[in-house]
Ligand binder design. Structure first.
Ligand code: F6R
Length: 256
């Protein structure tokens, strides 16, 4: 955990996979290892296209081997705001369809910001309280934003290392890329409620997943660029236990 004023930097462990399936398998194994070592783990989890393969494999494990998710406490990183919980493109619905409905995570131990909340700031404060009540997150699995956004959670450019759960307007690049998930692209909400950078960095261990060429710039910047608010993912270098698991396309700008 980062102590106030401690800005020691570390080198994340980088693993490049030739095949997407290998990356998904690696993420799944890390999840299961954590759950096996500590059945009551607290996890922070992402949504989006990148972790879909991991959720598919976890669901298969539940079906084939009766993997037991019952002890876990799960906090999602973020949810759009405003959005109806049942909206087909909400992250609540994503989690239900891809994971929660198919495994035995307890409903009272799965948390995601409420996109229907009347006041986004009140909901963010409520979510922050809830997150803090669970003690330290054991493992945070996260993605990274497209293009030059370098967002983690939806901590867009300008986010400080001290930022905590809050309302965050979407960056224009994020809006354009994520509108593909909406039937009518204009329907994409204006913002999100997201865990802050500080919340993410408080996890004991962090696994960053990235796939595809659109992540190459951000991955290189995360590992080799200046650290600061213009590149929120670069803050990960202040954390002593970060693994960056990526495919070859996302690794495209890293020097060999
Ligand atoms: C989603 C989240 C975002 C995504 C990122 C990448 O819960 O926190 O940071 O991880 O936008 O999204 P995909 O995987 O769709 O490229």
């Amino acid at each position: 955990m980062i102590e106030a004023g401690d800005l020691t930097t570390y080198k994340p462990k980088v693993i490049v996979f030739s095949y997407t399936e290998e990356l998904d398998q690696f993420a799944t194994s890390r999840f299961v290892e954590q759950m096996t070592a500590k059945p009551h783990s607290v996890l922070t989890l992402p949504t989006g296209s990148t972790p879909k393969g991991m959720y598919d494999l976890l669901v298969k494990l539940r079906r084939a081997q009766d993997a037991d998710f019952n002890g876990l406490t799960i906090y999602n990183l973020d949810e759009y705001w405003p959005i109806k919980r049942d909206h087909p493109s909400s992250y609540t619905q994503y989690m239900r369809e891809n994971f929660i409905n198919h495994v035995n995570v307890r409903n009272d131990r799965w948390h995601i910001p409420n996109g229907e909340a009347r006041d986004a700031n009140d909901e963010a404060a409520y979510y922050e309280d809830l997150l803090c009540q669970s003690g330290r997150v054991d493992l945070a699995i996260i993605g990274i934003g497209p293009g030059t956004t370098c967002h983690i959670g939806f901590n867009e450019r300008g986010s400080s290392i001290e930022s905590r759960t809050r309302y965050m307007p979407l960056d224009e690049q994020t809006r354009q890329v994520n509108s593909r998930f909406f039937r009518d692209p204009n329907e994409i909400p204006s913002g999100t409620i997201t865990q802050g950078v500080a919340n993410i960095l408080e996890a004991k261990s962090i696994l960053l997943l990235a796939k595809g060429e659109s992540k190459a710039w951000g991955i290189n910047q995360t590992l080799n660029g200046p650290i600061g608010p213009e590149f929120p993912s670069s803050y990960l270098r202040y954390h002593p236990d970060v693994t960056v698991a990526i495919d070859q396309a996302a690794a495209g700008l890293l020097s060999r």
